[in-house]
Structures are given as C-alpha cells and as structure tokens.
Design a protein. Structure first.
Length: 382
C-alpha cells in the first residue's frame, strides 16, 4: 500500500515539474510504516491489518506463526538470538523461567524491549495457568483450585477468582493465558464437569473475566480430549467417537462458546488427538478436515487457531518439526506452539520459510493467518 502511495506521489510530482521549475519531487521525506504508526492511525482495523501485512517481509510473516518457549530466568543470548533471528510472534513462560514476581516482571520487560529494538510486531506473552494440576509459580501466585472443584460451586465465584488471576497476570506483563480448559471429564480434576452445558457456563464466565482484566485467553483442546485414553504428552491417542456423538458432548462445548464469546478476545487451541470418524489419517492439529472444514467452515469460527505444544509426543514421535509445521498451517492453524527445544523451533521456522518460498504455502494462505493474528493484537492495542 505504501509503495502504491509513494509511486502515485512521485508520478504526480514529475507531471507538475514537466513544464516549470519546482522543488525536487524526491526531496520530502516519506515516513516508514511501523506497527506503532499504523496502530495509532485513523484507519479501520481491517485497513490497519492490510497496511501492515503489505509491508511485512516473508520472514516477519512466518515469525508471526510461531510462539515459543525460552530457557532461563533472564533473557540470555540464546533467547535474544531466537527473537532477532526468527522474528517470533510470541513467547510462553513456564516454571523454568519464573522464580519471583519481580523477576518475571523484569524478564517480560526485557523481552519486550529486545523485541521493540529488533522491530518486531508486539508479542503475545503467554502462560498456561489453569490452576489445580496446571499451575505456574504456585507458591507465589493466586492459588486456583482444580476445575472439578470450581465446578462444584457457582460460575460467578469461579469468574471472580479468574478476574483476580487475570489482573495479577496482567500486572506481571502477560497478555494471554492458555485457559480455561473446555474439555469434559479430564483426569487430574481438569474439567469443570462432564455436563457440556455446565462446562460452557463455567468456561464462558471465566473467559469473560479474563477479558475484563485485559487478558486474552484460549478455549482448549478442540474438538475435545475427554475421550482420549493416552496422555498426548507421551504419544498418539485415538478417539473413535462419531462426529454426531462429539457434537452432542465434547465438541458441543466449543460450538456454544463460539456463539457466546466476543470475537478477538480468545483463541481456540486444537489438540493432537486423532478422531478416526472425522479424519482417519491425521491428528486434529494437522487435519484440514477438522480445522478448516469443521471448525472454520461448519462452526463459523473466524478467530485465531493455536496448536497445543508441538513438542508433545503425539506429534514429535511421528513427524519432523518442519513437516508438522507446514502441514498444520496448511490445515488451517495460525499459531504453532513450540515450547521446549530451540532446535525444534528453528526446524519449524525453516520448514515454513521453505514452504513459503517454493509455494507449498501460498501467499494468500500465509497472509490469512497473519491478518487474523494482527487483528487480534490490534484489538487490545499492544
């Protein structure tokens, strides 16, 4: 867009100077397009996104598709290299990165400073803070009981607690929490209920509470992993249930949440489980039938799709990171979580770059994901 405007300006100036001596048409300075200048402009959100995407390199676009974990409690040289070289769109922190509130604040401040200096689009800074068995730095942050325990109370009480948690996380510098869990009947007390309507009630109330505290959130793990019989961190789990059964049970939760939730306040995380009656060949995070055809087309979801961690055994034992990254984007994912090993993150990025260069991932497909991501980022003004 900027190039077209600049070209038109040059042509007009040259025409004016054809018959008379005026000032040099190239003398006035054209300001560079930056995320900040576009975000603060009077363009509509869609126009802002289009302007940004038109002026992004392929390297920066591919970086937006990755959200990675880093190592250490300070921003060391390895982590700085990952930010500068791979232009990633987000960072997720774990207990390995966290020892105190002040340390976490400093780490996130340093991450944002390095990303700004590198000219990166503002980052998603995430945490997976469900409560119960999935809790970070639980000796210093607000304690959240297991979802099963919360589900025995009221959705209002759960939402009040979630708002406190969201405010605390926002104060530390996080802008997205990969919760609440919208699955039915998970082990370790991770589900609010086995009743889909009750899970919808709680997940929606908690999501709204995170939104009210200024935090994005994520419903997980589409299309529902309550029927899995193998820990997906270890290996593949096959769900034999029919699509009709899922739509009256596990997946019904996501259908209802999409209808009730405010756009661009949340992501949907897809699982790595296999659903044989829907796609006998690929796990859901690599399945176009599940992400594009079912979630996007049939269910009408227009927001950001994020994968569960691709370092989990359900994928990592069966695919290379370059191959799984490319296939997941082709299937309809927008953001790939690669949380643990730098070489895996690098392999995913390099695989995506190669696929973009040789046309395996088309410009239109790449831009579609980047636009969804940037629209979400712009919606909260980061």
């Amino acid at each position: 867009m900027l190039r077209r405007i600049l070209a038109a300006t040059m042509v007009g100036a040259l025409a004016l100077t054809a018959g008379c001596a005026l000032s040099n048409p190239f003398a006035h300075k054209v300001e560079a397009v930056t995320y900040e200048s576009v975000a603060q402009s009077e363009l509509s959100q869609e126009e802002k996104v289009d302007t940004l995407v038109a002026n992004m390199s392929d390297a920066d676009k591919v970086g937006q598709l990755l959200m990675i974990g880093i190592h250490g409690k300070t921003l060391n040289d390895d982590a700085k290299f990952m930010l500068n070289e791979y232009r990633v769109g987000g960072i997720i922190l774990f207990d390995r990165n966290m020892e105190s509130k002040e340390q976490v604040k400093t780490l996130i401040t340093d991450i944002n400073k390095v990303s700004r200096n590198a000219g990166l689009t503002p980052l998603f800074i995430g945490i997976d803070q469900e409560g119960g068995a999935v809790a970070r730095m639980d000796d210093q942050l607000i304690k959240v009981p297991p979802a099963e325990e919360l589900g025995q109370g009221t959705a209002s009480d759960a939402a009040n607690l979630a708002k406190q948690v969201g405010t605390e996380l926002k104060d530390l510098g996080f802008n997205i929490n990969f919760a609440p869990d919208a699955d039915l009947g998970l082990t370790y007390g991770r589900s609010y209920s086995t009743d889909p309507d009750r899970v919808v009630q709680f997940a929606h109330a908690i999501g709204d509470a995170y939104d009210a505290s200024g935090l994005w959130y994520s419903y997980k793990h589409f299309p529902g992993i309550g029927k899995t019989d193998v820990d997906l961190h270890a290996d593949t789990s096959i769900v034999p249930a029919s699509k009709d059964t899922l739509l009256t049970e596990d997946t019904k939760v996501f259908v209802d949440l999409i209808q009730q939730s405010k756009p661009n306040t949340y992501m949907i995380m897809v699982s790595h489980a296999m659903y044989l009656q829907i796609d006998p060949d690929y796990p859901s995070s690599l399945s176009k039938k599940i992400i594009t055809d079912w979630l996007r087309k049939d269910m009408g979801y227009k927001g950001v799709v994020v994968t569960d961690d691709m370092d989990m055994g359900a994928l990592a034992k069966h695919y290379t990171f370059g191959d799984m990254a490319v296939q997941s984007i082709q299937a309809g994912s927008d953001i790939l979580l690669v949380c643990h090993e730098y070489e895996h993150m690098q392999a995913a990025y390099n695989g995506l770059m190669k696929a973009v260069k040789d046309g395996t991932i088309s410009k239109e497909r790449l831009d579609a994901s980047v636009k969804r991501i940037l629209l979400m980022k712009l919606s909260y003004g980061i």
